[in-house]
Write a protein that binds this ligand. Structure first.
Ligand SMILES: Nc1nc2c(c(=O)[nH]1)N[C@@H](CN(C=O)c1ccc(C(=O)N[C@@H](CCC(=O)O)C(=O)O)cc1)CN2
Length: 287
């Protein structure tokens, strides 16, 4: 193994702890005024990775002082039944946030479900109203993973304005909102994806590189510019371990800053979620 300069490694766990402490203080203020922020998670079926992420979210709620409940419909729930469940949660005044864990089974259209969640109770920021606001630089409830990456950039003083930012992956959860957030901060943004003909042509020019594809070690050292700041939102777990989309050990030699997997972007997703649950409760209280 080559020598690793640990000063280049972004500590996502430490920043996430700071963000959770902020969420906890904001939640306490609400509770002092008799308002209890409450997250309901909806986990359809028994996907083990999703079960783990939902467990992590509930543990974070406990740390932060947010009430949490889980709803565990079976994998064969119909789309209509799931919509009924969401409508019930929208109407329930004790619920401030509704989160449907993704992915959903193939017979359910995920966007139809996202569209049904009240935009004010949408801590994931996936509702078209919240996504639309992001596009016009009115960032309210926005997707947690890219927002967590922006927070890491702020904490580590990564300049965004005027920089070449390349986002690899064009998912609704990470790539598209990430690109919008970077554009809102005046980066020159390129979005690459599975149909991009020459990925390296773009990644080599990136001052800021964000990758979220789920393809293990897609980004190799020869694809990266010297001094780039690199954010890895991908995660692959197989029999040999947990990996990101970036070949960390080799790419770190060229990067100025880099997130590890695990312990980089992942913890930020959940910490930002906590701030959004509090924000939803604040918005509902002000209604
Ligand atoms: N409704 C949502 N569904 C999904 C989202 C989301 O933001 N909202 N994102 C992903 C999964 N996800 C949260 O749900 C998530 C993934 C990974 C982590 C994380 O902290 N990972 C750890 C490693 C965990 C491990 O040991 O495998 C890390 O990177 O350090 C948190 C949240 C898809 N679905």
């Amino acid at each position: 193994m080559s020598d690793i300069d640990t000063s280049k490694i972004i500590d996502g766990k430490a920043v996430a702890a700071k963000v959770e402490a902020e969420a906890s203080a904001a939640a306490q203020k609400l509770k002092d005024n008799g308002i209890i922020p409450k997250l309901v998670t909806v986990l359809v079926g028994d996907n083990p990775a999703s079960q783990m992420y939902v467990r992590m979210k509930h543990k974070a709620c406990e740390r932060v002082g947010i009430a949490a409940e889980d709803c565990l419909p079976p994998a064969d729930i119909s789309e209509a039944e799931l919509l009924d469940l969401i409508h019930g949660l929208n109407e329930d005044d004790s619920v401030s946030s509704i989160l449907v864990q993704l992915p959903l089974p193939a017979h359910i259209n995920a966007q139809t479900i996202m569209n049904a969640i009240s935009p004010m109770k949408d801590p994931d920021g996936f509702h078209p109203f919240n996504m639309g606001n992001l596009m016009i630089n009115e960032e309210g409830l926005v997707p947690c993973t890219p927002k967590g990456i922006i927070r890491l950039m702020e904490e580590y003083n990564v300049e965004i304005k005027g920089k070449n930012a390349v986002v690899v992956g064009h998912s609704n959860i990470v790539g598209k909102p990430m690109a919008a957030m970077l554009l809102n901060r005046d980066a020159t943004v390129s979005i690459c994806h599975v149909f991009t003909k020459d990925l390296k042509l773009y990644t080599k020019e990136a001052d800021i590189l964000v990758v979220g594809t789920g393809v293990k070690h897609l980004i190799k050292a020869d694809m990266v510019k010297d001094g780039a700041a690199i954010f890895d939102a991908g995660i692959t777990t197989d029999a040999t371990g947990t990996y990101g989309d970036v070949d960390f050990e080799n790419v770190i030699q060229k990067a100025s800053l880099i997130t590890p997997v695990p312990g980089g972007v992942g913890p930020m997703t959940i910490a930002i979620l906590m701030t959004h649950v509090v924000k939803c409760a604040e918005m509902i209280a002000q209604k």
